[in-house]
Design a protein around this ligand. Sequence first.
Ligand code: NAP
Length: 252
Amino acid sequence: MHIDLTSKTVLVTGGSRGIGAASVRAFAASGAQVAVHCGRNLEAAKALAAEVGGGAEAFRADLADPAACRPLWEAVAARFGRIDVLVNNAGVATGAPLDGDEAVWLESWTRTMAVNLTALGLLCREAIGHFQAHGGGRIINISSRAAFRGDAPDYMAYAASKGGVVALTRSIARGFGKQGIVAFDVAPGFTRTEMAQDFIDQYGEAYASSDIALSRLTEPRDIAPMLVFLASGLADHATGTTIDLNAGSYVH
Ligand code: NAP
C-alpha cells in the first residue's frame, strides 16, 4: 500500500536529530510538507529541511519554556496555513541520582516535565483548537516503553513524564473524536540515537540490548514508518491506542 501525504502539513517537534529526523525524512518521502522543529540545532534542522525539500522549513523553539509553545504553533500555521498532523517527538532524558542533592533532582524533574509533558500538552492544546477550526486533524505523541515498564532509578522523572503523555493522549482521543480529531501514542523501546547513547555510556550496550527479542537494536528508521501510517488516516479507528515499538522487549 502506498501512502500519499501530498498536500498534508506535518509539524515534527525535535525534528533536528534522532527519531524526529528519520520521521521528517519519511513524511517528506510520502509527499508531506514538513515543519522541522528544533531546539538548539537550527543549522541541522535547516539542512534537513533543504535536503528533504517539498516546502519543508525549520522552526526553532526552546520547549523547556512554556511561553515558546504557542508562538511555535502560530509560526508554523502562519507559514503553511493549515497543519494536519502534529508529531510531538521532542524530549529529554536526563538522569539524576536519588541519593544526591534534592535541588539537583528537582531541577532534573522540572526540566524533564517541562519538555516532555508541559510543552507537549500546550502543543496538543494549540492543535486541538486549530483542528476544531479546520475540520479535524491527527496528533501523534511519542512516549516510551518506560511509561509502562518503568525506568532505571535515575530516570524516574523520565518514566513519569511519559506516563503523563499516555494519559493525555487517551483523553484527547476520548474527548475530541467526534470532531474529527484522533490521537495516538507511540512508545519506542531502546532506539539508537544520541539520547540512547547517554544511557549506553552509563549502563553499557549489553544492558540496552539484553532483553530485546530481535537481533539488533532499534534504529530511528524502524520507528518512522509507523508515524507515517498513523498520519495517513488508515489507522483512525485505533485512536487513543499505544503502538509499542520496542523490539519485543516489553510486551503487555
Ligand atoms: P534525541 O536524539 O536526543 O533528540 C531529541 C530531539 O528533541 C532533538 O531534536 C532536540 O532538538 C529536541 N529537544 C530536546 N530538548 C528540547 C528543548 N528544550 N526544546 C526543543 N527541542 C528539544 O532523542 P530521540 O532518541 O530521537 O528521542 C525522540 C523521542 O523519542 C523523545 O520523546 C524520546 O523520549 C523518545 N524515546 C526515545 C527512546 C530512545 O531510546 N532513543 C526510547 C523511547 C522513547 P535540538 O537537538 O535541536 O536541541
